[in-house]
Ligand binder design. Structure first.
Ligand code: GDP
Length: 177
């Protein structure tokens, strides 16, 4: 048991990426342990929280902002991510175009977000890797390394890698004192 009162640090996390790459599904899997094949993209919960244990008995409480499909209709306001402590930039491993969109998001974050933001590039739909993969692990890993980003391949459907990714992000969040 910790020798001190546990500290819970609230941290804003945003998900960015092309429509239908699985942003809402990743949030749903992380927060509720659920996956829904037929969920309407635009009915994503706009705001959810999930608390994750980190070192020394402390906790990070993620305040997760999903775009809830807004990227389909208009460009997202920078206010959405400007105050974020962490960003998960999602692409779909079965769509090369979605990696291009992820690259554009990362450029935008580098120009507009807080320089201390923790960014994770996430290749989703890993469950489809055998039959439909278009983006190799090596290509995405190389890009992430060049840009100094975390990188994970995940599946919101099978849950593979999802909790591990959010925990790894939490471990990089500064803790309030
Ligand atoms: P968003 O628009 O980026 O929030 O994407 P959604 O979460 O709405 O997902 C778009 C579609 O992809 C939905 O039909 C999901 O069921 C599907 N999907 C999301 N994640 C996965 C995954 O990991 N594997 C597979 N096979 N389908 C997924």
């Amino acid at each position: 048991a910790p020798a001190h009162q546990p500290i819970t640090s609230s941290r804003k996390l945003v998900l960015l990426g092309e429509s239908a790459v699985g942003k809402s599904s990743l949030v749903l899997q992380f927060v509720k342990g659920q996956f829904d094949d037929y969920r309407e993209s635009t009915i994503g919960a706009a705001f959810l929280t999930q608390t994750v244990p980190v070192k020394d008995g402390n906790f990070v409480k993620f305040e997760i902002w999903d775009t809830a499909g807004q990227e389909r209709y208009k460009s997202l306001a920078p206010m959405y991510y400007r105050s974020a402590h962490a960003a998960v930039v999602v692409y779909d491993i079965t769509s090369a175009a979605s990696l291009l969109k992820a690259r554009a998001w990362i450029s935008e974050l580098q120009r507009q977000a807080d320089p201390s933001i923790v960014v994770c590039l996430a290749g989703n739909k890993l469950d489809l890797a055998d039959s439909q993969r278009q983006v190799s692990t090596e290509e995405a890993q190389k890009f992430a390394d060049e840009e100094g980003l975390m990188f994970r391949e995940v599946s919101a459907k099978s849950a593979e890698g999802v909790e591990d990714m959010f925990k790894a992000i939490a471990d990089r969040m500064p803790i309030d004192s």
